[in-house]
Design a protein around this ligand. Structure first.
Ligand code: SF4
Length: 105
């Protein structure tokens, strides 16, 4: 019984140390992945203003570019995670992203 209790404490202690280590390396990993998808962003090679149109302006050209972008999923995920309020991200407008967020909970 004592042994089991010791084992539990030890495992708990070890897992919290491991947890911190994993968290750090995941942060680094996410940073690297984030950078990587942004390097492949198709919009970076086009007119950025198309992605941030004036109110009521057309989003068609930006969305057309997004549809051909290799990192659309990553981009959309980033926008949803960071609650981006402006512009076209991952082929969706702010309103469309909010609707999607509601749908997925
Ligand atoms: S999905 Fe659209 S907004 Fe996102 S990186 Fe690609 S082109 Fe840019």
């Amino acid at each position: 019984m004592d042994n089991m209790a010791d084992g539990t404490v030890l495992r708990g202690g070890m897992s919290s140390i491991t947890g911190a280590a994993v968290e750090m390396s995941l942060d680094e990993l996410f940073g690297a992945v984030e950078q990587e998808w942004q390097d492949q962003a198709l919009c970076a090679q086009t007119d950025p203003e198309a992605f941030f149109p004036e109110k009521g302006g057309s989003t068609r050209e930006a969305k057309r570019i997004c549809m051909a972008c290799a990192v659309r999923d990553e981009c959309l995920e980033y926008a949803l995670e960071h609650d981006e309020r402006f512009g076209i991200w991952g082929g969706l407008s702010d309103r469309e992203r909010r609707r999607l967020k509601k749908q997925i909970g």
